[in-house]
Design a protein around this ligand. Structure first.
Ligand code: NOJ
Length: 548
């Protein structure tokens, strides 16, 4: 039996966490930008959906060059999103409803406006203030060439040159993302000490844990040598430069952070969660990050990037289960987040409304993910079957990737459009502003079909599928933590058994196949006649007496 019913303090092992992209969730102040009070107003909706917790995207003071992933003050709330008192109200309200609260912490880089970076700019080369970041002299005559050839993840050189306090062209600083996001130098102990203070600041405000941004980052190769393939990160939009990511020293940081969390757990028995955004080359490498004294969990992105076919899904699921075994963690599944094209669009033809096979496959994938052993993360709007908005005009795009590369490929605004809550026209109840207030990104007219009021009223909606599966997860001991056993199936089908006879099957093909279990499914992503599993459909059955 899953220990979710007996071992409440290990809640995270099979928790379903809802990612709130704060600026696009719900706007309570009428400025067209979502905020913390809006999140608080949405809590009953999330409680009804049945999630165990929320992860709040960064809401700290920030000039918003990368929507809050450029943090100017790690211990406050940007006035656009509220203030600390509102944060406390939100956390208390969430806890009253039994919803955990995770924050997004960004330790790899800060913001140009962080006071320590400002101090570094005002201080001379070689100063203690500069040693908290990666400042270095340039190469070539007059130091006019960057210190090495690395490129940033979002395109362009990973170094920018500063003007020294005396007005002369000076040193360079490293930024693996935008120039507005200078990387911290974690080889300087002051940085680690400061982040420990930040962790405690929020733990003292009763948060239940942290999603850690770029958790395979932090340390760079100590000599910062040239890379044989400097544009690899930008080309793949992944952390593949072996000199810039996944350095062995980072594990010491996670051990320290885990010890801080354990200290809080020792006081009240409640486990605090560290879940890492760990982009590393293999599941085996990822497993190192979730050893028993490091992070509790790391997102398993291979499911998200798997092509829609049975073999790919089976391979990534098997690898994850194998590599996680023995680490003390559980696999942390994810299909959508604020950086990726939404499943409805990814799995289908790229039509503006995301029609075709996309929605059916996205529903099937959701049912599959929620039947897998471990924890799962849902990105806001996923429960509404929101497609990606692929035709935003250039002049509204805000993703720094577009600004830095001039290319629309894989930009992230399309999955960040403010949620539709009600009504027939934008702003669809998203903002409390006076008539004419525009959401920060324009919502297409077809968002009406996905508004939460319609979704709640229609039992065939994505919302009901997510709600029903989350409620069954909470009830059925077979679901959540544990193992799975694959069943023999036809080539396009994946089927597995959880615990005592809970069968999940997915037909990745487009033609109906024989269901692995007869009888009416407990839950299905599309109508399933007895004994049949239609194409692009997943279903759950309880098969107690069949020997499965
Ligand atoms: C990963 C975050 O998910 C993404 O949104 C952000 O741009 C980068 N890290 C840099 O912080």
């Amino acid at each position: 039996m899953s220990d979710k019913h007996t071992d409440a303090h290990r809640w995270w092992r099979d928790a379903v966490i809802y990612q709130v992209y704060v600026r696009s969730f719900l706007d309570s102040t009428g400025d067209g930008i979502g905020d913390l009070a809006g999140v608080r107003a949405g809590l009953p909706y999330l409680r009804k959906l049945g999630v165990d917790g929320i992860w709040l995207s960064p809401f700290y003071p920030s000039p918003q060059h990368d929507h809050g992933y450029d943090v100017a003050d790690y211990c406050d709330v940007d006035p656009v999103f509220g203030d600390l008192a509102e944060f406390d109200r939100l956390t208390a309200a969430a806890h009253r409803l039994g919803i955990k609260v995770l924050l997004d912490i960004v330790p790899n880089h800060s913001s140009l406006q962080h006071p320590w970076f400002q101090e570094a700019l005002a201080s001379p080369a070689g100063s203690a203030a500069r040693a908290r970041f990666h400042f270095a002299d340039g190469r070539g005559p007059d130091g006019a060439e960057p210190p090495n050839n690395w490129h940033s993840m979002f395109g362009g050189p990973a170094w920018s040159r500063v003007t020294e306090p005396d007005g002369t062209p000076g040193q360079w600083y490293l930024h693996m993302f935008t120039p507005e996001q200078p990387d911290w130098n974690w080889r300087n102990p002051a940085v680690g000490t400061e982040f420990e203070r930040v962790l405690r600041f929020w733990l003292d405000r009763d948060v239940d844990g942290f999603r850690i941004d770029v958790a395979a980052g932090l340390f760079k190769h100590p000599a910062l040598p040239d890379s044989p393939d400097p544009e690899a990160d930008a080309r793949t939009r992944d952390s593949v430069n072996p000199l810039a990511w996944n350095q062995p020293e980072v594990h010491d940081v996670w051990r320290r952070w885990r010890a801080v969390c354990e200290e809080y757990t020792a006081r009240d028995g409640r486990e605090r969660l560290l879940v890492g955004e760990v982009s590393v080359p293999s599941a085996r490498e990822q497993a190192k990050y979730v050893r028993p004294d490091e992070l509790h969990q790391a997102f398993f992105f291979d499911l998200l990037s798997a092509a829609w076919d049975a073999d790919s899904f089976r391979k990534v699921i098997s690898e994850a289960m194998q590599d996680i075994a023995g680490t003390g963690s559980t696999v942390t599944w994810v299909l959508n987040n604020h950086d990726q094209v939404r499943t409805v669009t990814r799995y289908g033809e790229p039509t503006p409304e995301g029609s075709g096979l996309g929605p059916a496959r996205a529903r099937a994938a959701a049912l599959l993910m929620l039947a897998l052993p471990g924890a799962a993360y849902i990105y806001q709007g996923e429960e509404l079957g929101l497609p990606e908005v692929i035709d935003l005009p250039d002049d509204v795009l805000t993703d720094p990737i577009f600004r830095r590369t001039g290319k629309r490929a894989r930009i992230r605004d399309g999955c960040r459009v403010p949620l539709p809550w009600s009504g027939q026209a934008s702003p669809f109840g998203f903002t409390s502003g006076v008539e004419g207030t525009k959401p920060w990104l324009p919502q297409p007219d077809w968002f009406a079909e996905h508004a939460t009021d319609r979704a709640l009223a229609d039992t065939r909606s994505f919302w009901h599928l997510y709600r029903d599966s989350l409620h069954l997860r909470a009830l059925l001991p077979q679901l959540g933590e544990g193992t799975l056993r694959w069943l023999e199936t036809e080539p396009d089908v994946l089927a597995f058994v959880r615990g005592d006879g809970l069968v999940c099957a997915v037909n990745f093909g487009t033609t109906p196949t024989t269901a692995p279990v007869s009888g009416v499914p407990l839950l299905a992503s599309a109508p399933c006649p007895d004994g049949v599993l239609p194409g692009s459909t997943a279903a759950w059955w309880v098969a107690h007496d069949t020997g499965l």
